[in-house]
Design a protein around this ligand. Structure first.
Ligand code: UD1
Ligand code: MG
Length: 436
């Protein structure tokens, strides 16, 4: 008997079930628990509404994170069900010794646990940030520390630190370059970038959660491409696809992390979409960012992962002059609202002292590219004001005054377009610079 049907993945069905539970639990828990957050002082003013004194519960990402992490823990026995079940042959022979000698996939378990540890740390950091408003310069290195367990697991797992050189550069660098320790520095930076970049593209209802949701969906779609659809069950179990077994397992692991994440994000978005009744807080940005870093690093696809962060990367580069102190950075860079018409326009950063030559040069270049708008002194030409350097303000410069809900949709469209570009670059253009 030859099994011609494609191999099935029962654990994946369980994970899909967990995703549905994640969605239902988040949708149901938030209305009940959110008032307790507000009573504990975790609340924020919805800055772009007619009544800006109105406060709504904040840090609700903690509910998503708790549901997510708890479900990931409950998932462990399902993930290792095969390894935990005594085999039939073992039962027939000497059960105890046979069972004991069967290797348990400790490597996989340690990868999973290291991922959980990193997620815990990120959640804690995000929550502390919500409570204490940590200065971003201080919180920047923490995700690096949080990713150490994961990097050790990566090291133990064979720790590939070499990269394939694009064809045009091969005459100079060779086919493969081993980055060694630098590769670990790079991966630690991936986790810092993923955790912070969503947080600084924020301030309008539903934006943080939509970004996380679209990135998670994109990663899951990418993982699905690696499942062995074209093999028959017989080929698969005979090991014909042996070379790709590890690859498939890594993408399955990524799916186990992404599916419930999609569930908790969709559940939170239900309450955070415009007009929001709760805010996600930094907790959401940190734990979702870390979940992305985890799957990218443990799944060995960090470069593809970064492709799904094109809008965030652009926003980060645009923000750099404000983040690194070249241009003043007010506490909030969210757009300005006209409380009568509810139309949004770009908010501005004001210079108390004339900007440095470097700042002037950067701002002039940005202004020429229509990324910012400058207000200069009528006589001296010195820059007095610049619109805040974020994608939100840049979009408003291009569109003119629009409503908050419209701007959210514009950002969602941008994120979606980013993913389309990512897939095109990864599976279309990559062939031009890599030969397979
Ligand atoms: C980041 C941004 C900041 C932006 C803020 C908005 C940088 C360096 N920091 O700071 O410019 O103003 O996010 O989240 O780019 N809020 C709304 N509507 C929303 C979401 C948030 O009004 O839909 C307001 C609420 O007052 C809420 C506050 O933003 O309390 C949350 O800000 P927080 O996440 O603490 O700001 P940061 O992440 O530090
Ligand atoms: Mg924030």
């Amino acid at each position: 008997f030859i099994d011609a049907s494609p191999p099935t993945f029962p654990v994946l069905s369980v994970s899909l079930g967990f995703a549905l539970v994640a969605f239902a639990a988040t949708v149901a828990l938030i209305p009940g628990l959110a008032p307790a957050f507000a009573r504990a002082g975790l609340k924020g003013r919805d800055l772009l509404k007619p009544d800006s004194t109105l406060e709504i519960p904040e840090s609700i990402g903690l509910i998503s994170a708790s549901v997510y992490i708890l479900l990931l823990i409950v998932f462990i026995p399902f993930l290792f069900a095969d390894a935990l079940r005594p085999s039939k042959i073992a039962e027939e022979k000497t059960p105890l010794t046979e069972v004991a000698s069967r290797p348990f996939p400790h490597q996989q378990l340690s990868a999973y646990l290291s991922a959980l540890l990193s997620l815990y740390t990120a959640t804690l950091l995000g929550f502390l940030d919500d409570v204490f408003d940590i200065r971003w310069r201080h919180k920047l290195p923490i995700p690096i520390v949080a990713s150490v367990p994961m990097l050790i697991v990566y090291f133990a797992d064979g720790g590939i630190t070499s990269v394939v050189v694009p064809t045009p550069l091969r005459p100079y660098l060779g086919q493969i370059v081993d980055l060694g320790a630098l590769y670990y520095v790079y991966m630690a930076m991936v986790s810092t970038f993923c955790t912070n970049s969503i947080n600084i593209l924020a301030g309008i209802n539903g934006l943080e959660v939509s970004q996380a949701l679209i990135i998670a969906l994109s990663i899951a779609a990418n993982d699905l491409l690696y499942l062995p659809w074209r093999f028959t069950g017989a080929e698969w179990s005979a090991g014909m696809a042996y070379g790709s077994v590890a690859l498939v397992e890594r993408h399955l692991l990524s799916l186990y992390f992404m599916l419930p994440l999609i569930g908790v994000c969709a559940g939170l978005l239900y309450h955070n979409r415009h007009p929001a009744s709760v805010f996600p807080g930094d907790t959401l940005c940190y734990f979702t960012g870390m979940a992305f870093a985890v799957v990218g690093i443990l799944g060995h696809f960090s470069k593809t992962l970064l492709l799904f962060f094109i809008p965030q990367a652009f926003n980060f580069i645009l923000s750099a002059p404000q983040l690194f102190g070249l241009v003043p950075c007010p506490r909030h860079r969210v757009p300005r609202v006209d409380r009568k018409t509810l139309l949004l326009s770009p908010s501005v950063a004001q210079f108390e002292r004339p900007p440095s030559t470097l700042a002037t040069l950067v701002l002039r270049i940005f202004a020429a590219l229509r990324l910012t708008r400058l207000t200069t002194h009528p006589h001296t030409g010195v820059i007095m004001e610049a619109t805040n350097l974020t994608v939100l303000n840049m979009l408003l410069l291009w569109t003119g005054p629009i409503r908050e809900a419209t701007l959210v949709w514009a950002c969602v469209a941008l994120q979606f377009a980013g993913s389309v570009v990512a897939f095109t670059v990864r599976y279309g253009l990559a062939g031009l610079v890599y030969d397979g």
